[in-house]
Design a protein around this ligand. Structure first.
Ligand code: M6R
Length: 624
């Protein structure tokens, strides 16, 4: 969580940094701040609680002459230690004000460090873990901590301090006496470098600098990077130079803008056909499914005898769908775990286990730790990720990227449907390697997947009634969701969207469970959204769900049904019926999830909430 951006170049740093923060605000919006080096020994800091707009309003009041300079950094915060107030907003400074630090992550040993600083007579002015780092760097730079090797050397000072910190962190550090550089240290938190002509960028995400350059550099764990106008250097925490891999970002500024929509989320819902098509593109070559990166041999893939899927939130829901496809196509047993629970339940793993880690950001701490646990137990790890060069794919044995482009809305939409497509590609790759499907069967499944962008586009054409229903449901206290088979994870995802966007009580149940308890919740007027299976593809389940709808309707439920086009049997029991194109059973979630996304967004808008930035949330959850 938290977004950070650093810049050393030839443009007004304030504009670059604030512009970058605007694109990183999805990472946290509890407070924001900037630090600017004026090139003449001045270091100015401005910060403000609340969203970036509050900081911008404050900056507009500040004497512009103070905020000049072509080097600076900024921060948008998702609070962990200390309330979201002005005094806890980043950047944090040393007592003399000559060192400024922004931080993403948690410094786990901040309490002993704080005690050490206080014992040395330093007064800390915030409740954050971050402030300790600012004071420690200042002491190291001054040589006041007895470190002769760090005196007057900002890079050595940051290295020395980074070596003392425990936990996960990306730190950006400036010193008034070093106006032409920013030094960063990274452990288990995201950081990417951007390279321009006479300018260099650091950020949590390439979106912050995509306007200026698409040339980026991946940074590894436990590394210190120094940027200047001329370029960059990278070392490990011991000061040994290390290589860093450059890459070219495949999307551009237009992809990171709202494109005429009121909210990013609405644009991202519309982008789903393209996101799915881009995810599939290039993965069926010479009649074979191919992954993006594969450091596993065919034999190792053939030896897999069990699959675990680990993920959080929406990615977990996509993982539940992966189970249906992988078990059906490969006959391998698949377990799906919430990443946060996985390693604490001591799962049975060995070298013939495949763990599939699904993460949009590639930096979710729970998923990363689940992956590391699996690797410690010698399991093979395959990542499905939307972020090139993120930590989860870097630590995996094989990678399939979802090419959904940047997703700025905190609620996952296009990355969910892209993950479903990617999961199915993984299922087909396993079926192909194990020979549980003939090549022509794999080809047929792939062709069916390839037809899905058109089916999703058709679904998107027909959503006015879903929007109207969203407005109608805005006054409801709660909404229930029912589904079966692949419709059940869709129901779970529909409920999650509603919780996070509309702050409404929403629960999803497998419809077969209804009579085992949840039916007691049904009361007059309660909206219940039902995801119907296909009457052709899953006739038995369809009949059972039809009975469920009648049971809840008889008890007063307000029935909303998502059903396949032409499913007339359900019409008499649906007060609202949304038809989606008829597609193969496993692929139905790609269309049936779309009305649920739209209904949730519309309810949230009608209730007056910011659809892109739901309260208390951040896009990337980089702390456990
Ligand atoms: O980046 P990840 O896919 O690992 O994130 C996982 C969840 O935090 C994420 O899906 C979250 O549930 C979304 N806000 C849901 O819309």
């Amino acid at each position: 969580m938290c977004g950070i951006v650093g810049y050393v170049g030839h443009r007004p740093a304030l504009d670059v940094v604030v512009g970058g923060l605007r694109r990183l605000e999805y990472r946290g919006y509890d407070s924001a701040g900037v630090a600017l080096l004026d090139g003449q020994g001045g270091l100015s800091v401005e910060r403000k609680a609340g969203p970036l707009a509050n900081l911008e309003a404050k900056l507009a009041q500040v004497d512009a002459g103070r905020l000049t300079g072509t080097a600076g950094m900024g921060h948008t915060r998702w609070a962990t230690h200390g309330a979201p107030t002005d005094r806890n907003a980043h950047p944090h400074r040393s007592t003399a004000g000559d060192v400024a630090v922004v931080h993403n992550g948690i410094i786990e040993n901040h309490l002993p460090l704080r005690a050490e600083l206080e014992a040395a007579g330093i007064e800390l002015t915030s409740d954050t873990d971050t402030e300790t780092a600012a004071h420690l760097v200042a002491l190291a730079y001054a040589g006041a901590d007895g470190g002769a090797a760090t005196k007057g050397d900002l890079v050595a000072s940051v290295r020395a301090v980074a070596g003392r910190l425990e936990g996960a962190f990306t730190l950006l550090v400036t010193h008034a006496a070093e106006p032409d550089m920013i030094v960063a240290a990274r452990r288990s938190s995201p950081l990417v470098l951007g390279l321009g002509e006479g300018e260099t960028f650091l950020a949590s995400d390439v979106a912050a600098f995509i306007e200026f350059t698409r040339d980026a550099v991946e940074l590894g764990q436990d590394q210190v990077v120094t940027i200047t106008r001329e370029g960059y250097t990278v070392t490990d925490f011991a000061g040994e130079p290390v290589g860093a891999a450059p890459f070219r970002v495949t999307w551009d500024l237009a992809a990171a803008e709202k494109g005429g929509h009121d909210y990013f989320m609405l644009k991202e819902i519309e982008e789903q056909p393209t996101a799915i098509a881009d995810t599939l593109r290039g993965h069926f070559i010479d009649h074979k499914i191919v992954l993006d990166e594969q450091r596993l041999s065919d034999q190792e893939l053939r030896d897999i005898d069990k699959v675990f899927v680990v993920a959080c939130g929406t990615a977990y829901h996509s993982g539940l769908l992966a189970k249906y496809a992988i078990e059906h196509w490969t006959r391998l047993p698949v377990e799906v775990d919430l990443a946060s629970e996985f390693r604490y339940r001591d799962p049975v793993l060995d070298r013939s286990t495949l763990v599939v880690a699904i993460s949009q950001s590639g930096e979710t701490a729970d998923t990363l730790e689940a992956l590391r646990h699996a690797k410690d137990q010698k399991a093979r790890v395959l990542a499905i990720c939307n972020t090139n060069g993120a930590q989860i794919p870097r630590e995996s044995d094989a990678v399939l990227y979802t090419h959904a482009g940047p997703e700025i809305g905190v609620a996952a939409t296009k990355t969910f449907t892209s993950q479903i497509a990617a999961n199915y590609l993984v299922g087909l790759a396993l079926a192909q390697a194990r020979g549980t499907k003939y090549p022509d069967e794999v080809a047929r499944e792939f062709r069916e997947l390839e037809a899905m962008p058109a089916a999703v586009a058709a679904t998107l054409q027909n959503l006015d009634a879903a929007r109207a229903l969203g407005r109608e449901l805005a006054g409801s206290k709660a909404v229930l969701f029912l589904g079966r088979h692949v419709g059940y994870p869709v129901a779970l995802e529909g409920a999650l969207k509603l919780k996070e966007l509309a702050y409404m009580h929403a629960e999803a149940f497998a419809a077969g469970e209804l009579k085992h308890g949840p039916i007691a919740l049904i009361e007059e007027g309660l909206p219940v959204i039902v995801v119907m299976p296909s009457p052709k593809g899953r006739a038995v389940l369809h009949a059972k769900l039809l009975s469920n709808i009648q049971e809840i309707q008889a008890r007063g439920a307000h029935t909303v049904v998502i059903a396949e086009e032409g499913d007339e049997t359900v019409r008499p029991f649906a007060e609202h019926l949304f038809e989606v194109p008829a597609v193969p059973t496993l692929l139905q979630p790609l269309v049936s999830t779309i009305p649920l996304q739209v209904i949730a967004a519309e309810i949230a808008r009608a209730r007056g909430f910011d659809v892109d930035k739901p309260r208390n949330l951040a896009k990337s959850v980089t702390v456990e």
